[in-house]
Design a protein around this ligand. Structure first.
Ligand SMILES: CC(=O)SCCNC(=O)CCNC(=O)[C@H](O)C(C)(C)COP(=O)(O)OP(=O)(O)OC[C@H]1O[C@@H](n2cnc3c(N)ncnc32)[C@H](O)[C@@H]1OP(=O)(O)O
Length: 432
């Protein structure tokens, strides 16, 4: 809907140690452009140094597309009309923590939308990430309709739950260890340490940004990097006295009935720490309901309750979307179940991951080699379907029924189901 011809230039920068954190700097303009895309207000000037420090700690790379031909009264040309950000954090794929190329902060201003700006940033970025040797790209999506066209497949999920913690709530597992509120000055360090244990042991988890432990500790609020004194954090110490889980929570206020405690963040590195945190939550006096939007789809909690109807699922959300860039590396590093051999043909319109690969799994460890296109594949699948299959959160049989995967050999789908299947679902509680 432009009534003029935009003149676009892309600036890519990694905020430097001496980056200008004032409202006049490029960082503030970039952040404001991102805020416009997500309908957030302009950041408070005193918050900018905190955001800058966080972005530097995350080693974020920021893209801004500038239009030098806008009407005179428009936001200045130094104010991006589109933003895009990347960073790299580990993704737990069982056998390894893979460097995953994370894509975030994707916005295009209303006046410039649907002119291919996202497409050109995304395709350039994916090509460059592949060139740098990153095996896959990941993102969390605002809408499910945007990223399939770029080869992403929806791969992990969480559930929103409500738990009735009135008299009928009781965790039946025998109690272990101790759970207690922790002092604020220790909360960030404990959150970091506990998440580290969770990341090491949780298939599908992604390392977290600088802001996460601060929000969990109440050092940062949800909206601003300033203290939120309503947030409390309790830590579970296991039988050996080791911190094995934390829950941070915030009361919804006396006007909300039933009286509700909202979980801000819950991270448990063992199943018993998880149940103990719930035992603790269930014993908060005056609270009638706990809400949380980060539960596993295969949550053990209802199976550990005297009355499983205390537990209600309110919705399922997709979390990670995965886009393979180097099939050999990504499939080769993942751990599998059992043994088997299969030839997969991957279709990728963008030419980044297409080809035929032979996957040979022996006792859970894989070897992957490209094969001649002429070799008959046992199954053909789109790169999107492979992204969904990759972490085992979606079954090959489901993808086959949906049309993204076609079997050419009789047992191909059964074999893929058993190789890629997991004893537990992949679980990512990091949004970015
Ligand atoms: C990882 C993240 O950051 S998730 C956050 C994504 N951002 C947002 O939701 C903020 C609000 N939305 C926006 O800023 C923009 O609409 C964006 C960034 C989603 C899209 O930017 P645009 O520059 O308009 O996209 P572009 O013109 O490159 O579109 C490319 C293709 O995607 C399609 N498309 C773009 N956005 C959407 C959408 N929201 N829903 C469906 N299709 C879409 C276009 O129609 C086009 O289709 P094609 O295959 O026929 O070419």
């Amino acid at each position: 809907m432009s009534h003029y011809t935009p003149d676009l230039q892309t600036e890519i920068f990694t905020p430097a140690a001496d980056e200008d954190a004032s409202t006049a700097g490029r960082f503030a303009k970039w952040l404001d452009a991102e805020g416009i895309g997500f309908h957030d207000g302009t950041a408070d000037p005193e918050d900018l140094p905190h955001y800058l420090a966080a972005f530097r700690a995350d080693r974020r790379v920021l893209w801004g597309v500038h239009d030098t031909a806008q009407p005179a009264e428009a936001l200045g040309a130094d104010h991006p009309v589109a933003t895009y950000g990347t960073m790299v954090h580990p993704l737990n794929v069982g056998g390894a923590q893979l460097d995953a190329h994370q894509i975030t902060a994707v916005t295009v201003r209303t006046s410039h939308r649907r002119n291919g700006i996202l497409r050109s940033m995304m395709m350039r970025d994916l090509r460059e990430a592949k060139h740098r040797g990153l095996p896959l790209a990941i993102l969390t999506a605002s809408e499910a309709t945007i990223y399939g066209r770029f080869g992403f497949g929806c791969a992990t999920f969480t559930q929103s739950i409500e738990v009735d913690v009135r008299e009928r709530f009781e965790v039946t597992a025998p109690a272990t260890g101790t759970t207690t509120l922790v002092a604020r000055e220790h909360a960030v360090g404990l959150a970091e340490r506990i998440f580290e244990g969770f990341q090491a042991s949780t298939f599908g988890s992604v390392g977290r940004q600088h802001a996460y432990p601060r929000r969990a500790a109440g050092e940062w609020g949800r909206e601003r990097p300033v203290e939120d004194r309503a947030v409390r954090m309790a830590v579970h110490y296991d039988g050996a006295g080791e911190p094995a889980g934390y829950v941070s929570y915030r009361f919804a206020g006396w006007e909300t009935t039933p009286y509700t405690m909202k979980i801000v963040d819950l991270v448990a590195s063992t199943p018993s720490a998880y149940l103990e945190l719930w035992r603790y939550l269930g014993s908060l006096d005056l609270v009638e309901r706990i809400t949380w939007d980060g539960a596993r789809r295969d949550d053990a909690l209802p199976w550990a309750l005297r009355d499983r109807r205390c537990y209600q699922v309110k919705g399922t959300e997709d979390v990670l979307w995965v886009r393979l860039l180097d099939v050999q590396e990504a499939l080769g590093k993942r751990s599998y179940r059992g043994s088997g051999r299969i030839v997969l043909e991957v279709l990728d319109d963008h030419g980044l991951a297409d080809g035929s690969y032979i996957l040979t799994v022996v006792d859970g460890a894989a070897q992957v080699a490209p094969v001649e296109a002429a070799a008959a594949p046992d199954a053909t699948l789109t790169v999107n379907a492979l992204g969904s299959l990759y972490l085992g959160g979606v079954q090959a049989s489901t993808l086959a029924a949906a049309g993204g995967l076609t079997a050419h050999a009789d047992d191909a789908v059964t074999l893929l189901d058993s190789l890629f299947g997991r004893p537990q679902e992949p679980y990512c509680i990091t949004h970015f």
